[in-house]
Ligand binder design. Structure first.
Ligand SMILES: C[S@@+](CC[C@H](N)C(=O)[O-])C[C@H]1O[C@@H](n2cnc3c(N)ncnc32)[C@H](O)[C@@H]1O
Length: 233
């Protein structure tokens, strides 16, 4: 993305004025709405429970947690079941429709490329699992994530690595293959951003998140951090 990139008073990034960005965003959202039906086929339950076990000790009991790019809400659901007060955020209505079943977690439709609809320091922790690659400006997004997490709060990110191949859908349904093709189309629009572990760590660091744990994840890297905006590193 070229040119200046700041939020305006109406909370839209200035580059929203560019038609290509609007078209790409529309394509992204359509893709994820389409993918809602098959996304659950791709979820790795074991990785999720291990990640939640690593995140939970960094949160106060019953603390407020926001899942940014929550998809069908698997993390939000498990965190809510563990007693946390969870809000999931996603811009794909079809994903959220699936997320809103059988859980105490709350879900909000919002765009991660805009100002998030929460006050400053609202949350004790945030997570962004396999969604940072969809965000157009990671610096703006992480600044927003930092704004809504209280100092000392926890942040869990899972990023997709350069060269990672999309996870092959497990079930051979016609729709699944359509989404598989759509995924390729999305990748060609450059809407998918990938980060090495070092790049992801530098991004988090620049936004005030001090990484306390880093490990390989399927197709990328998992980073666990504390929000420490006032600590010189
Ligand atoms: C790869 S899925 C990950 C879903 C979930 N975190 C998980 O691990 O199951 C990426 C999610 O990010 C959402 N997403 C992509 N771009 C977004 C944006 N600009 N604003 C809000 N959500 C977005 C998609 O709709 C999708 O649900």
């Amino acid at each position: 993305m070229s040119g200046p990139c700041r939020f305006r008073a109406d909370s839209r990034p200035v580059w929203c004025d560019h038609g290509s960005v609007i078209a790409r965003r529309t394509l992204d959202r359509a893709f994820w709405n389409l993918h809602a039906r098959t996304w659950d086929d791709e979820l790795a339950r074991r990785e999720r429970s291990d990640r939640i076990a690593r995140l939970a000790p960094l949160l106060p009991s019953g603390g407020r947690v926001v899942d940014l790019g929550c998809g069908t809400g698997s993390y939000a659901r498990d965190l809510a079941a563990a007693g946390f007060d969870v809000v999931g955020v996603d811009f794909a209505a079809a994903m959220l429709e699936r997320a809103r079943t059988d859980t105490e977690a709350e879900f909000v439709e919002a765009d991660l490329d805009r100002e998030l609809p929460f006050g400053d320091a609202t949350f004790d922790g945030a997570l962004c699992v396999y969604a940072l690659q969809c965000v157009h400006d990671p610096h703006l997004f992480l600044a927003e994530a930092g704004r809504i997490v209280r100092p000392g709060g926890a942040f869990l990110a899972v990023v997709v690595a350069p060269g990672a191949r999309p996870v092959r859908p497990r079930r051979a349904r016609l729709g699944t293959y359509a989404f598989w093709l759509a995924k390729g189309a999305i990748a060609r629009t450059n809407a998918v951003r990938r980060y090495t572990a070092a790049e992801a760590r530098a991004l988090l660091d620049a936004a005030g998140f001090a990484v306390v744990d880093e490990r390989p994840a399927t197709n990328g890297t998992e980073l666990l951090a504390r929000y420490e905006p006032n600590t010189a590193r």
